[in-house]
Every structure is written in C-alpha cells, then in structure tokens.
Design a protein around this ligand. Sequence first.
Ligand SMILES: [Cu+2]
Length: 493
Amino acid sequence: MQEHPPSHADHEMHMEMHSSIDIADPMNREGSGTSWLPDSSPMYGKMFVFEDDMLMLHGAIFPRYTNVSTRRGDDRIDAPNWIMGMYSHPLGDTAQFGARLMMSLDPLTETGRGYPLLFQSGESWHDQPLHDRQHPHDLFDELSLSLSQRFDHDLSAYFYFGYPGEPALGPPTFMHRPSAMDDPDAPLGHHWQDSTHVTFGVATAGLAWRNIKVEGSVFTGREPDENRYDFDRPRFDSFSGRISWNPTQNLALQFSHGYIKSPEALEPNLKRHRTTASLIYNLPLGHDSNWSNTFVWGQNHDTAEGKTQSFLIESDYQRGRDTVYLRWERVEKSGHELVLNPPTATISATLSNSSYASGRPCMATARTNTRCMLPPGWKNDVRARAIQAGLASGAPRSTMRSNFFCASARRCTVVVRAIETAKRKCAGTSAKHACLIRARRLYRLLRVTCGAGPPLRICPVANLLTSIWALTFWICAACSFSWAVSACISLCC
Ligand SMILES: [Cu+2]
C-alpha cells in the first residue's frame, strides 16, 4: 500500500499535508534532512492523523544473501534496514513544529564491518579504514526538531536542529530517493555525495520562496565513530550552503557546497571541501506506477588528495509491487582511499629510491571505471616516467580515464615493462628473492585493482559480468513483501 502522487481528486486533502520541515512545502517534496524531492514523488509509508497532528512512518529492510566473490570481496547474509517517523504539529495557521526520528538496526544486522561492496570506502572498523565494505549506519541516524513559519508573498522560513541530523549538503540521501529506495546497496560515491546524512550535531536555517530555497548549515565534520550505538561529540566545526529549485512538479535541482573539517577519525588533519549538484526527475505513470531518476555529481577536494569526482545515475521504475532499478557510477578513488597504500609504497621503494612519504598512490576504481593517479614519488623514477607518459597519453594532467589493462594493450605494455624492469633490478640486489616477491606483489596488485582477470587482454567479455550478485527480500514498513535478484555489471575488467 502506498500513497499516490497528488491528483485533482485528493487535491484538497493534500493541501493540508505539509512537509514536517517547512509548513509551506507540500509533503511529497520532503526528502532526507531538509532536502527537496520533486513535488510529484510518491510517498511510500503509513500516515496517521490525530486532529491537527500528523505522523508518517516508513522504512525498509532488505534481508538478503550478497556475494561479491573477488579477491577483495566477500559474501554474507545480511539485512540493511532503516525505519523513520516524521511528525508535525501546527502552531497556529502559519507556523509548524516538526520532529523526526530515524533509526537503523544495521549495527546488529551488519555488525561493525558492514556489508561487502566492492570499491566502497569510508569510515573505519577496529581503527582501520573500511574498504570494499559499506559501513553500518548508526542506531540513531536522525533525531531532529524543526520550526517553520509561513509569511506573505509565498515566503517561508525554517530552522532545523538535529542530533544527529543532516546538513544542507548534497542530494537527498540514497535511501530516501525514490530512485534508490529499492536498491539495498549504498552508492560507491556515498562519501562524495550524501555521506553527511548522519551528522552528530547540525543546525540549519532556510528561506524558501515559491519553488526556490536557500539554506545554510553549521555542523559536525567528523563522521560517526565505530560505536554505532552511541551519540558522538557535537563539534559544529563545519558549514555548508545549498540552493534548491523545483522548477516543475517533476523536477528537483540542487547545488551545494560544504567545508567538512576532519571527517575521518583516522586522518584528523584532513580537511574536505565538497561540492555537489543533482537533478531528480520523477514521473508518475498513472495508478500505482512511477518512474524516478537521479543524476548526482559530487566532488571532494581533500588536503593531500586534491580533487576527485563522482558521478551517479539512478533509475527506478515501479509498478505495483514490482520494481526495476539500476545504478551507474563513475567514482575516482585513490589507492590511499582504497587502502592500496602500504603494498604500493613498498614496491615503489623497490622501483626507485625516491621517497614515498607524501605519496599519492596509484589507482582508483569504481564499478564502472578506473582512473589512475601516479604517486608524486614516482616522478623521479625513469621507469615510472615511462608509465606516466603511457598513462598520460590518454588523458590530461597525468591522469587517465580508464582501466589500463582494458583500455589499450599499449598502456598495458608500459606497465608490464615496468614490472619487468623491477624484476631485472631485483636480480642485481642481494635480497633477490624478497625483492621479486615484492615486485610480483605489485604485479598482482595491479591486477587486483583493476578487477580479476589476466592482464594484456582487452576486456574479455567474461569479465564484464562479475560475480557480484545478491538475492534480496524486500520488506517495506508500510507496504509489501517482495524479493529481488540483482546482478552488478562491472565494466572494469
Ligand atoms: Cu551513510
């Protein structure tokens, strides 16, 4: 069972239904935090009305078996889940009080390490950065209050306070986007786009005029810590601003920028500037059928790492209980982010005597694409320069766009030649065996990073279909029970 996008028949009823954030907003516009969805978005949930007050409950749990059987992958039975309540109470005719509670039993169902998700990164477990796994969400993901006031001339203002809550940064979070609601996996660009959705301490003020909204937040930059049951220390050391615009019933656009101080506990000196833009296009298709689409661009500008980009396209076609969804992503992640750092460091030291201290290692891979950044330490090395030249030939700024094992045999040759050189160099050293092992490790590393499969082949078709698949049972709080089989197609061989 679900609510349908407003039609003329229930127009009057919908007139009374406001977003819990801003009394002037229609309810269907309410996204996560203070973000906007298109006005035509469907609402999947159960609504309760007590006199003037309104309570809306929704949530989802995806019990499943997921299999990411590659070297860096894993398989397991798990159940990502969340539940949420939204409450609003009018204060006279033009003002409203709102409250929200969002919880997740991820700490129980996913445990501290989270679920396997190839190339995912962000947050930590046992003081180690998580990679190839999606971190669990906290028991309390949102506990927020809001006050809103409607003025004349289509103007309204609101104040939102969350502990935890979501600052005005990024698109509506993935689990709250109709285009991703049926997909149990987090986007690989989560920590480039919407990862601030659980922030321990956030205050946002916003001003809306018709379909345009400007808002600003002060919030805690640090991501939630490993203890998923507790409330982290509020810091209010970061800020963000967002402009949202819903030009038509079916469109929601936003542009936002934020400064995030020390997001990662393991790298306290890291500062991040995040810029995002997104477009959500929702199309109701008659009775109980909807098509929702999202495009997101997110850029992180980190101290030491520089700028990295992420792009996402999501689509979800829902008809009754059935859904077809897809997600395409291109994310640039450094080897550091993917925790390829130590082995690469060892190898580069073998390859040359240049220091690796502040090095930015090679490789970034997303489900669909790869980009390679050479460590600065390699620049002094002649052989590394050969690699760099080879890689750079395809793209500016010594970065390359695609997987060099698949993209061209010529690029592969350059890399392989470097490995051969390493081997030759090893032959001359006293610790020949150890050196060779290290060189071989580099060789393997290059293969692993670009996915399984032998190098020097141009994307064998067998590699296009990786063994990343999941069997998911889909239970939505207020609706039905369903199931899905999903396969992830990886274009990186
Ligand atoms: Cu998250």
